[in-house]
Write a protein that binds this ligand. Structure first.
Ligand code: ZN
Length: 393
C-alpha cells in the first residue's frame, strides 16, 4: 500500500555542497513548481523515515507476482489471496486455472486496484476502507517473503536518499491466553478512573503472563526472527540502517492487547534492534474508540515497569465527521499527558484538541516529536493544505 503513503521526518537536512542560503534561495525560486520540487526532494538526503509500516510499504506488484508464481488461490469476490483455500467455498480459484481461462490479465488490474491506491478515483469506495481493508488481502503473501521485502525496502530507501528506516515490523506471535472475564473488569476500572485497582489487576495479569513464559517468547522473537533476519540479510551498512518497532493492534480485546503490549515491551527492553513500541490500526474503529483511555493506562502501567522502553503512539488520526466532535478533543492530549508517549503519529486533530497551544508547548519543551503524514492524511482523512496542522506544529 506504500504507493502514496510515504512519510518522512526530515532529520538534520544536509544540503551537501550548497550553502544554506543558496539552498534557501533556490528552494524559494522553485517552491511553486511541483516538477522542480520533486527533482529537488528526490536528490535531497532525507535522514530517516520514522513512521513506516512494514507490510504497508511493500508494492503490490511483486506480491501479486509471487502469488501467481506460487499458484495461490484468489477469492474472486474479495480479491484476497491464500495458499490454501477454505473448504466449501466456491469463490476461490487457483491462479493457474484463472490463467487457463484467459482471465489473468483482467484480474491483475483489479487486484492491484484493491491492494494499493492504483487508479483510485475518490468516488467509488471510501478511501479509508480501501486502505485498511487492503492488508488482509495480501497478508498471506507478505508474510512468506519477508526477507525479499526487507531487501526491497532497503534498496528503495537508498535510491530515495533515505538512510534510516524505523519500521513497525512484525506482530509478535503469542500462544498465551488469559481469562476473557478480565476484559470487562479492565474496561470498568478505566471508565471509573480507578487507576489503583486497575494497576492491581494488571499486576495479576502480568504475573500470569510471566508464569506462562511471555518473557521467553519475547526473547525468542528477538533472536530467532528480528536478529536472524537483520543479520543474515546484512541490512545495516555504510549507507543504511534499519530499526524495528513492535506494535499492538488497538481493535483487540483488552487482555489480548495487554498481553501483546507486555511482550512488545519485553522485546524492546532486551533488544538493540527493536527500539520501541507502537499502537496501530484504525483509531476511529468501534473498539479502538471505546478502549482508547484504557489503552493509555496500559502504556502508563508498562512504562512504570519498563521505564527505559520508548514508545510512539498513533494518536489523533481523526477528522471532523469521522467520529463525534467531542472525541476529537482529547486523543493527543491523553497520549502525551497520560500515556507519556515519546512521539506522536499523525496528530491530525490538533486544532480540535483541548488547549492545543498548551499541548504544543509541552510537546516542544519535552522533545515529543510528531510524525507528520501529509499524503496519508489527505488520502484517508481528506485533511490537506492549511486544514492540516503541520504549520502549527
Ligand atoms: Zn501509521
Amino acid at each position: 500500500m506504500k504507493r502514496y503513503f510515504f512519510t518522512v521526518i526530515f532529520l538534520g537536512i544536509q544540503i551537501g555542497c550548497f550553502s544554506q542560503n543558496a539552498a534557501t534561495d533556490y528552494f524559494n525560486k522553485i517552491r511553486n513548481n511541483e516538477a522542480e520540487l520533486t527533482a529537488f526532494f528526490s536528490q535531497m538526503p532525507k535522514g530517516g523515515d520514522l513512521h513506516h509500516h512494514f507490510s504497508g510499504s511493500i508494492y503490490a506488484e511483486p506480491m501479486l507476482q509471487y502469488a501467481i508464481d506460487s499458484n495461490f488461490y484468489l477469492n474472486i469476490q474479495t480479491l484476497q489471496v491464500l495458499r490454501t483455500k477454505p473448504a466449501n467455498d466456491d469463490n476461490w480459484k487457483r491462479f493457474s486455472d484463472i490463467n487457463a481461462d484467459g482471465q489473468l490479465e483482467g484480474y491483475k488490474d483489479k487486484i492491484l486496484e484493491k491492494w494499493s491506491v492504483k487508479n483510485y478515483n475518490n468516488v467509488d469506495y471510501p478511501s479509508y476502507k480501501l486502505f485498511f481493508e487492503s492488508f488482509e488481502k495480501f497478508e498471506a503473501v507478505a508474510k512468506e517473503r519477508i526477507s525479499q521485502e526487507m531487501l526491497e525496502l532497503k534498496q528503495r530507501a537508498i535510491t530515495e536518499n533515505i538512510s534510516y528506516l524505523e519500521t513497525q515490523f512484525l506482530y509478535i506471535p503469542l500462544a498465551i491466553h488469559s481469562n476473557a472475564g478480565y476484559n470487562e473488569r479492565l474496561r470498568y476500572l478505566a471508565a471509573s478512573k480507578n487507576e489503583k485497582e486497575l494497576f492491581k489487576t494488571l499486576d495479576t495479569l502480568f504475573q500470569e503472563y510471566t508464569a506462562k513464559g511471555i518473557q521467553q517468547t519475547a526473547l525468542d522473537f528477538n533472536k530467532n526472527v528480528v536478529e536472524k533476519l537483520h543479520d543474515s540479510l546484512h541490512i545495516d551498512d555504510s549507507l543504511f540502517t534499519m530499526r524495528y518497532l513492535n506494535f499492538v493492534l488497538r481493535f483487540m480485546e483488552p487482555v489480548t492487547i495487554f498481553r501483546d503490549l507486555t511482550a512488545s515491551f519485553l522485546s524492546a527492553e532486551n533488544s538493540k534492534l527493536a527500539v520501541g513500541v507502537n499502537i496501530v490500526a484504525p483509531e476511529h474503529g468501534e473498539t479502538s474508540m471505546k478502549d482508547y483511555h484504557l489503552h493509555m493506562l496500559l502504556f502508563k502501567y508498562l512504562h512504570q515497569r519498563f521505564p527505559h522502553v520508548k514508545y510512539t503512539m498513533h494518536a489523533g488520526e481523526l477528522a471532523m465527521g469521522m467520529v463525534l466532535p467531542e472525541e476529537l478533543a482529547w486523543h493527543i492530549n491523553a497520549a502525551v499527558f497520560e500515556a507519556g508517549a515519546k512521539r506522536i503519529g499523525h496528530g491530525v486533530d490538533l486544532a480540535f484538541e483541548k488547549e492545543p497551544y498548551k499541548l504544543l508547548h509541552y510537546m516542544a519543551a519535552n522533545n515529543i516529536a510528531v510524525e507528520i503524514n501529509l499524503v496519508s492524511n489527505q488520502f484517508i482523512l481528506h485533511v490537506k493544505e492549511d486544514k492540516h496542522p503541520c504549520i502549527a506544529y
